[in-house]
Design a protein around this ligand. Structure first.
Ligand code: IPD
Length: 278
């Protein structure tokens, strides 16, 4: 794994990438917030399953992100949830989720976000998550910490994961994939965990789940089956706030598992999650 010193040597200015991620994510988030109609939003297509939906807002938001990011850095690549795919000539790839929490967005539930991360060699080095309904902006840079700005006029607050409780007092969030077979096995496993923790939350937007670990609004988050765009920015925010963000074996988070928690709760949570059959 490379370090902040390696990034300086390679000439990458990570705070500049973070600030670009913030500007691009805010522009897309503001556009979505200003243009969504009241009530429900129409679904324009489905993807991996009939419940995995896309709206015109996802597509338009991704286009805005692509224009903003490549307008500023034309040699970078893009990997987007709605199909944006541009090879990188600079070594930097922007991993974007134009609306994370699309089902919340469709139903007008408040938790949905724009998520933008700059990656080098598959690792996030800078990123931002903007909570669309509130405008709250989470940002992070590798080796430089994580911040929350509740609105553009407010000061940035440094984020630090609080000391966690023991597992039986922990509030743990999770999510479920779009494949019905996977959902059934995830539900059986979560049922086993429910008696071992304070409670379970299903927020519906992985990027915000990860940011909530950073703020201490939940004590831990885990989910199987995430895509890179779901966790690329939020995972960096959680890690830079002091959380361990790993898979079940302590390696990089993967589709098999993304688990984020304060270090003091990690081992107990991993044992419990494994014990439930994940
Ligand atoms: C989904 C959300 C959800 C998580 C799913 C993701 P999308 O992303 O983050 O919380 O449980 O695994 O696919 O489809 O809304 O961008």
């Amino acid at each position: 794994m490379s370090t902040a010193a390696d990034d300086r040597r390679s000439g990458l200015h990570l705070p500049g990438l973070r600030d670009l991620a913030v500007r691009a994510a805010r522009e897309a988030a503001n556009w979505v917030a200003e243009n969504r109609p009241p009530g429900r939003v129409d679904v324009s297509a489905t993807k991996s399953s009939p419940t995995d939906v896309v709206t015109d807002f996802d597509t338009r938001s991704e286009r805005l992100l692509r224009q903003h990011l490549l307008g500023a850095r034309p040699d970078d690549g893009i990997l987007g949830e709605e199909g944006a795919s541009v090879d990188s000539r600079s070594g930097v790839v922007w991993v974007v989720d134009p609306i994370d929490g699309t089902v919340n967005f469709v139903y007008d539930h408040p938790c949905y976000s724009v998520s933008v991360a700059a990656q080098v060699d598959g690792e996030s080095v800078a990123g931002a998550v903007v909570d669309i309904p509130t405008g709250a902006t989470y940002a992070a840079v590798r080796g430089g910490g994580a911040t929350l700005q509740t609105d553009p006029a407010a000061a940035r607050r440094e984020l630090r994961v609080p000391e966690p409780p023991r597992l039986d007092q922990a509030l743990v969030s999770t999510g479920f994939g779009y494949d019905s077979g996977l959902r059934e096995s995830q539900a059986r496993a979560v049922a086993g965990l429910l008696g071992q923790v304070r409670d379970i939350r299903r927020v519906g937007a992985a990027s915000l789940d990860l940011c909530m670990v950073a703020t201490g609004q939940v004590d831990a988050y885990f989910e199987q089956g995430l895509n890179e765009w779901d966790r690329a920015a939020g995972g960096l925010v959680a890690a830079e706030a002091g959380a361990r963000v790993v898979d079940l074996d302590g390696g990089r988070p993967s589709r098999r598992m993304t688990l984020a928690t304060a270090p003091g709760l990690h081992d107990e949570l991993v044992d419990a999650v494994r014990g439930c059959g994940f």
